[in-house]
Each structure stands twice: as structure tokens, then as C-alpha cells.
Design a protein around this ligand. Structure first.
Ligand code: AMP
Ligand code: ZN
Length: 115
């Protein structure tokens, strides 16, 4: 996906505030953070969303989930953090390249407010 913004970031064509990089994934701070720490973890492979993931992506997705707490702790979130994956139009996804938001620090409200 040549013009996908996260693909362009992964290729180094658009700058980012990098948290972590290896040959398969990249993590960088969100440009519009919703908490004191807010970064995202993305595969370098273009996958639009979880709706496009298949069995063949299980190792990559597993790697990302296991990497998330390591990076979160390195960013000072030793007490925990929130992970968010918005998926498709129904999930409010704005950038159509799969990404895990990792959010924490300060006061994190309950995810779902009841009554
Ligand atoms: P989502 O709604 O899950 O698709 O989230 C997209 C996120 O990407 C938003 O939180 C944006 O602030 C973030 N974002 C968009 N462009 C950039 C960029 N160039 N660098 C860092 N974060 C970005
Ligand atoms: Zn992409």
C-alpha cells in the first residue's frame, strides 16, 4: 500500500517519534495523544485491520501482543496500560493500517460507562 500513512512511516518516508523497531514491527508515539503515554505498535506488513488478518498472521499478532507490555514498561507504564485496536468503520478506525494503541499514565477512566 504505497500511500498508506503507516506504511510510509514504516519505510521512513514520514518521520515519527520512534519507540521501537525491528524487521517486522514499529512502535511510535501517537501524534495526538489521549494520555501522558500513548504510542502505537504496527506491523510493517500492510494489513488494513483485524478483518484482514488470517491464520498466517498469527505469529506476527502474537509477537505484537507479547511485545506490548515490554514496550509499555519501558515507557514507564509499570502499573499497567490500556490496549485499543479499532477495527473498521464499525470500530471507528481512522488509519486503515492495523495498529495497537498502548495508552497509560495519569488517570485512565473505565472503558465502558454504565448507567
Ligand atoms: P485509529 O482511530 O485507531 O485509526 O487511530 C489512528 C491514530 O493515528 C490516531 O490516534 C492519530 O492520532 C494517529 N496518527 C495519525 N497520523 C499519525 C502520525 N503521522 N504519527 C503518529 N500518529 C498518527
Ligand atoms: Zn499500510
Amino acid at each position: 500500500m504505497g500511500d498508506c500513512i503507516f506504511c510510509r512511516i514504516a519505510r521512513g518516508e514520514i518521520p515519527c517519534s520512534k519507540v521501537y523497531e525491528d524487521d517486522e514491527v514499529l512502535a511510535f508515539h501517537d501524534i495526538n495523544p489521549v494520555a501522558p503515554v500513548h504510542f502505537m505498535l504496527v506491523p510493517k506488513l500492510h494489513l488494513a485491520s483485524l478483518l484482514d488478518a488470517g491464520e498466517e498472521h498469527a505469529p506476527l499478532l502474537g509477537k505484537m501482543l507479547l511485545l506490548a507490555p515490554k514496550l509499555a514498561q519501558e515507557q514507564g507504564l509499570e502499573n499497567g496500560f490500556r490496549t485499543v485496536i479499532n477495527t473498521g468503520k464499525g470500530g471507528g478506525q481512522e488509519v486503515l493500517h492495523l495498529h495497537i494503541h498502548i495508552i497509560g499514565g495519569g488517570s485512565i477512566p473505565p472503558m465502558v460507562r454504565r448507567g
